[in-house]
Write a protein that binds this ligand. Structure first.
Ligand SMILES: NC(=O)c1ccc[n+]([C@@H]2O[C@H](COP(=O)([O-])OP(=O)(O)OC[C@H]3O[C@@H](n4cnc5c(N)ncnc54)[C@H](OP(=O)(O)O)[C@@H]3O)[C@@H](O)[C@H]2O)c1
Length: 333
């Protein structure tokens, strides 16, 4: 029986929010793997804000996705045919498999995962790039110290929710910024944040002052724009501002809003530093060694929003920007 692939192909560079006609759904027979390759049937596809950047031309930390190419994405799946001695049929794997039902890939960047340790989508969230980003971003770039006050934006998302929880585990205070009362309640009641700020309804500056009376030692920024500007005015001496992302700007990177209040760095003798998680690849094992037990002990919890159907890629992806999701957003194939 010939397997049939379904691929989501980028056919136009999006302007602003992605639209259905920026992509085409392509059906084609699946080719057999070549020597050294494996054929993976994808189960869950990761939807990440960074993918919006990969759709545009211009200098970045990776090549843009070419027009006519399958949209790049991390995913988890099961090996259904292998011509690589390192992988056997039935193995579960994670890697950059793309938005498609089947991916024929080499071993580079492909990792075996154990579905008996955690459900498959967890390997795209808390045990995937977002969890690692939270871990190294907070502990290494943010140089977290016990007793610090950590303020994190995008706090109910895949990265932000882990940042706040690691801060608490390591003896810091955690204050999260998220959109809407439900997400804010979730942060405090389920994830153990000390306080939450609803950027859609609260006076953010006043709430930071109220919830961070000793000011902010680490501002972990996932959002950029106005929230970054406000947070800069609330830094403690020698604060660290971690530039993880700027989702508020991704749909209009041509006119990025820069940090107007950057001189607050001078006043607070603070530093602001960006990072890309891939640079920490040789050290991922350190993160898993700590985060695995935290998960097993229930100190670290996570939520997922699962959208079904590869044909729903565009409306699902849009939810990253509208905020209609909680925790890690994944597409179930
Ligand atoms: N540096 C790295 O290596 C690295 C690696 C992974 C991720 N990242 C970055 O980390 C950030 C978070 O990624 P994630 O995967 O965890 O995504 P996510 O937080 O799970 O999803 C995005 C969230 O951003 C919020 N948001 C969207 N537009 C916003 C706006 N205009 N203002 C304020 N909040 C807005 C929404 O939540 P609300 O409902 O709260 O608005 C939405 O749920 C992104 O900026 C991403 O690019 C960086």
């Amino acid at each position: 029986m010939t397997r049939q692939n379904t691929q989501v192909v980028l056919v136009r560079r999006p302007e602003g929010m992605v639209r259905p006609d920026d992509f085409e759904l392509r059906e084609l027979p699946v080719a057999d793997p070549d020597e050294g390759e494996v054929l993976v049937e994808t189960a869950y596809i990761s939807l990440d804000p960074a993918m919006r950047g990969w759709m545009r031309e211009g200098r970045s930390y990776v090549q843009p996705v070419g027009l006519g190419e399958v949209m790049r994405a991390g995913a988890v799946g099961r090996v259904v045919a292998s011509r690589n001695p390192g992988f056997a049929e039935g193995d579960h794997v994670t890697g950059v498999l793309g938005v498609q039902r089947y991916a024929c890939v080499g071993e580079r960047g492909l990792h075996k995962i154990d579905p008996s340790m955690a459900p498959l989508p967890a390997y795209l969230g808390v045990l995937g790039a977002p969890g690692l980003t939270a871990y190294f971003g907070l502990l290494e770039v943010g140089a977290l110290e016990e007793g610090d006050t950590v303020l994190v934006s995008g706090a109910a998302g895949a990265v932000g929710s882990v940042v706040g929880q690691i801060a608490k585990i390591r003896g810091a205070r955690a204050v999260g910024i998220a959109g809407g009362p439900e997400k804010c309640a979730h942060l405090v009641e389920q994830l153990g944040f000390d306080a939450a700020i609803d950027y859609k309804n609260d006076d953010v500056r006043a709430r930071i002052k109220a919830t961070c009376p000793s000011r902010v030692n680490v501002y972990f920024d996932n959002v950029g724009g106005e929230l970054l500007d406000i947070a800069l005015t609330q830094l403690a001496m020698r604060a660290r501002v971690v530039i993880c992302g700027a989702i508020s700007q991704y749909n209009n990177l041509e006119q990025t809003r820069g940090p107007k209040n950057y001189l607050s760095l001078l006043v607070a003798r603070a530093r602001m530093e960006g990072f890309v998680i891939f640079d920490y690849a040789p050290r991922y094992g350190e993160a898993f060694a700590e985060m695995g037990p935290w998960l097993a002990q229930g100190k670290l919890t996570y939520r997922e929003t699962v959208v079904e159907g590869i044909e729903n890629f565009v409306p699902a992806f849009q939810r990253l920007f509208t905020g209609e999701k909680l925790g890690k957003l994944v597409l179930k194939v």
